[in-house]
Design a protein around this ligand. Structure first.
Ligand SMILES: [Fe+2]
Length: 184
C-alpha cells in the first residue's frame, strides 16, 4: 500500500506498515475506522520501535493525534491492567497486536456500582470496540508474555472516568502519554 492509498482500497488491502496505517487514517472518516483497524496486518515486531515499557504500569504511546482522532500503542507487561473506565463519550477501536488481553465489561446497577456484564479474552489479531452506552470496561494482560494493543479514539480522549475501588465511585482522570512518537 502506498501514500496514494484511498479509502476504498483499505477495504480490500491489508495495511502492512505503521506509516501506511497513519496515511490511511488521514484519508478516512470515522465511519471507516472499523474497516481500517481490521485491515491492520502488523506484528509486535512492527510496533516494537514505537513502544515503551514500565514495570509499574502499562504505557500509552501516542503515534498520532489531531482534533478528530488519536492513534495510541499500549504496551503491557504481564499482569498489568487498567482501572474500570469509560471513554469520555467517544468511540474506541482496539486491535490486539501481540499477546492476549482480557476485556471485562460492566454496567452500573441501581447504586451506580459496576456490575459484570461480559468477560472475554482477545488474542493477537482480534479487534474490539467500545462506546459509553455499551458500558465501562477493564483491560488486562492475562498472557504469559508482554502484550501490545493498538487503540484508535475518535475524538481524542483527554479525560475519562475511572472507578475508584477504594472510594467505590467513579472519579475523573486526566489521561497522559508516556511517549509521543514521531513517525516518518
Ligand atoms: Fe478502554
Amino acid at each position: 500500500m502506498t501514500s496514494s492509498t484511498n479509502s476504498t482500497q483499505i477495504l480490500t488491502e491489508n495495511i502492512n506498515s505503521v506509516q501506511d496505517l497513519l496515511s490511511c487514517m488521514a484519508s478516512l472518516n470515522k465511519s471507516q475506522f472499523n474497516a481500517c483497524i481490521n485491515a491492520v496486518d502488523l506484528s509486535g515486531c512492527d510496533f516494537e520501535p514505537y513502544g515503551s515499557w514500565s514495570d509499574v504500569h502499562y504505557t500509552r504511546n501516542c503515534l498520532y493525534c489531531d482534533e478528530q482522532y488519536e492513534v495510541i500503542l499500549l504496551c503491557w507487561e504481564k499482569g498489568q491492567f487498567t482501572p474500570i473506565h469509560d471513554h469520555g463519550g467517544e468511540e474506541c477501536w482496539v486491535k490486539i497486536i501481540s499477546g492476549s488481553l482480557e476485556e471485562t465489561i460492566y454496567k452500573p446497577n441501581d447504586l451506580g456500582e459496576p456490575t459484570l456484564i461480559k468477560n472475554s479474552v482477545a488474542h493477537a489479531g482480534h479487534t474490539t470496540y467500545m462506546i459509553d452506552f455499551m458500558g465501562c470496561h477493564r483491560l488486562k494482560n492475562v498472557g504469559n508474555e508482554r502484550a501490545m494493543s493498538l487503540h484508535i479514539y475518535a475524538k481524542p480522549i483527554s479525560r475519562c472516568n475511572i472507578y475508584d475501588e477504594s472510594e467505590l465511585r467513579y472519579v475523573p482522570k486526566d489521561l497522559v502519554y508516556h511517549s509521543i512518537v514521531e513517525i516518518k
